[in-house]
Design a protein around this ligand. Structure first.
Ligand SMILES: Cc1cc2nc3c(=O)[nH]c(=O)nc-3n(C[C@H](O)[C@H](O)[C@H](O)COP(=O)(O)OP(=O)(O)OC[C@H]3O[C@@H](n4cnc5c(N)ncnc54)[C@H](O)[C@@H]3O)c2cc1C
Length: 549
């Protein structure tokens, strides 16, 4: 146990104004906003911060071109406003990303419709810092992207959105912002049943997943922000019989740069079904996806299926004929389930992407469930939720998060900060750059820990330059409590092509010393991490893993 965790567990006895169940991007956003407005808040997650859907997305901070087609104008405007906020208030994590949208004769949408959509996208983001779109004819497009399929090519548009390469770190930083604002934050803590008295939710029984202890938590109001798990949080209470979530599964493939790989992100229409797909430059590799299939299976073990892999490879090879991508080229894949509202019929693509606040009255008072929501719009979703909670608690207050920045945000901008940090940190430049990219200005705090002693400055993973002090920082300052927390959502080695396998033993050793794990617990942590990696369908699954786990 860490000092933070001890303290957070001891606070569970206190009553709270607000209990937030679910520490994905949206639950953390709610906790931050509510704590900032002066409510006493507890936010819990059954796993780690951001370990649910928030880790499995396309990592785009976008207005959502495809929502224009559904005439979800309000959603697009809100998303574009939040995109701008993130570019300004979290520039170390969110950066502009140019996209090319090719126009083909056989597209489901005529190129004039696509061009009109581009104009509308610019109009709806009139207050943006990103450039407006530009249109190129067939020749100009082919000159800029010579490897693009020319069959039926009519031209293209170049437009701008943004990318959060480490969406996991976005969640960690929102958690830190919530904690700084006064929220009590406890990961690996599961709601195992809401408590109800006189038709009102009065809190929840919370199981500490690391110790097995169950605590009774009292709260004046509870928000269920458990993403695709939202229905299971409500399982034992009379919340109304309606099913809330109808999740759809989305898969991405990660590949190395391939012959003809574009130097821009691509947003294109699949030939087979007209769905939008993206090829996105990401961490020196390419993220390609995603699919959209209804899903009712196990949310904790969902992974890609052959049909999805075949679909993504076929459509990418069609767009870039020289790519010739095969399953053997896939470094890994990952899959998430969109927490969309349950709609029994129709195409998954037709289900609204707007978030919905489900009020459980008259069945239950003191409870709201959040359905849907994107990474991009977590701030405005949280504002909406906390406005509603404030009204229900008789404590109306104004949201201030629009004027706040995330904790790692460098006031001088990421480039200037990285330059000065590289000069002052005493670390080799590539290491300093890596820390600045992951932690923003908080890289200085990481460097202070690293420089505190030779043991903390010891290189643990020569490939990345990861040092023991960074792992200690993850545990002491960022609430990492398991090996997977450290690898997958703090140091980000878990997104490397080997998914952090080569560093696993050495990282586990430092964790063991810091968290007091004995040999058996250390082995258990490694086994759990290998099991977690099964979700990624790696290219070369380690044969030893299969026999050991
Ligand atoms: C394939 C795909 C691509 C996407 N691409 C994008 C994109 O490019 N841009 C974008 O803006 N959005 C994108 N999204 C949408 C976005 O990722 C999600 O809508 C968003 O992350 C949902 O966040 P959340 O906090 O609501 O849910 P989650 O991140 O799922 O968080 C819910 C949390 O609740 C916890 N939980 C569950 N049950 C309990 C319990 N009983 N007790 C305590 N905790 C519990 C879970 O562990 C989980 O961490 C994409 C989604 C998918 C699936």
């Amino acid at each position: 146990m860490t000092a933070h965790r001890d303290h957070a567990v001891s606070r569970l006895r206190d009553g709270f104004d607000l209990l937030v169940i679910g520490g994905g991007v949206n639950g953390l956003g709610v906790a931050w906003d509510a704590a900032d407005r002066g409510l006493s808040v507890l936010v819990i997650d059954k796993g780690d911060w951001g370990s649910g859907t928030s880790s499995w997305s396309s990592r785009m901070i976008h207005g959502g071109l495809k929502y224009l087609e559904k005439l979800e104008i309000g959603l697009v405007r809100e998303s574009l406003r939040d995109r701008e906020w993130l570019l300004r208030r979290a520039p170390h994590l969110v950066s502009p990303l140019p996209f090319v949208l090719p126009f083909y004769r056989n597209n489901a949408h005529h190129h004039l419709v696509l061009r009109a959509g581009m104009v509308l996208y610019d109009v709806l983001s009139f207050d943006k810092s990103l450039p407006c779109h530009r249109v190129y004819g067939r020749k100009g497009t082919a000159a800029r992207l010579p490897s693009l399929c020319r069959d039926g090519l009519q031209g293209s548009a170049l437009y701008y959105d943004a990318q959060v390469a480490y969406a996991e770190r976005l969640c960690v930083e929102i958690m830190l912002a919530a904690r700084r604002a006064g929220a009590v934050t406890l990961n690996h803590a599961e709601s195992v049943g809401l408590t109800v008295a006189d038709g009102r939710v009065t809190g929840a029984r919370v199981r500490d997943v690391l110790t097995g202890d169950v605590h009774q938590v009292r709260a004046r109001f509870t928000v269920n922000v458990a993403g695709p798990w939202a229905d299971s949080v409500l399982a034992d209470v009379p919340a109304g019989s309606k099913r809330l979530i109808g999740g759809t599964k989305g898969t991405h493939l990660v590949v190395d740069p391939f012959p003809g790989a574009p130097n821009r992100a691509m947003y294109y229409e699949a030939l087979s079904d007209g769905r939008p797909l993206m090829v996105i430059p990401w961490l020196g590799r390419y993220l390609i996806g995603s699919t959209d299939k209804r899903f009712d299976g196990d949310l904790d073990t969902v992974r890609a299926d052959e049909e999805e892999i075949d679909y993504i490879l076929t459509e990418t090879n069609r767009l870039f004929p020289s790519a010739n991508l095969t399953p053997g080229d896939i470094l890994y894949s990952y899959t998430g389930v969109r927490p969309l509202p349950y709609v029994p019929d129709g195409a998954p693509g037709d289900i609204t992407r707007r978030h919905i606040l489900h009020d459980h009255r008259p069945h239950l008072d003191g409870l709201l469930s959040v359905i849907g929501g994107k990474l991009t719009t977590f701030r405005s979703l949280a504002e909406h939720v906390v406005d509603e909670v404030g009204a229900r608690l008789g404590r109306r207050t104004r949201c201030r998060t629009r004027r706040l920045s995330l904790p790692g945000s460098p006031p001088e901008g990421p480039a200037a900060f990285t330059r000065s940090f590289a000069a002052e940190s005493g670390l080799p430049e590539p290491e300093a750059r890596r820390l600045a990219r992951i932690y923003g200005v908080r890289a200085r705090e990481v460097a202070t820990v690293i420089n505190a002693s030779p043991e903390l400055g010891r290189v643990v993973d020569p490939a990345s330059g990861l040092r023991a002090g960074e792992i200690v920082f993850a545990v002491r300052q960022e609430e990492a409590a398991t090996l997977a927390d450290v690898l997958a959502r703090r140091t980000m080695l878990g997104l490397e092509p080997d998914l952090g396998r080569s560093a696993m033993d050495a990282v586990a050793e430092v964790c063991a010393a810091e968290l007091g794990w004995d040999e058996a617990e250390t082995e258990r942590q490694k086994t759990a991490y290998r099991r977690y990696l099964r979700r990624f369908l790696e290219r070369d699954p380690d044969p030893q893993t299969a026999s050991r786990t």
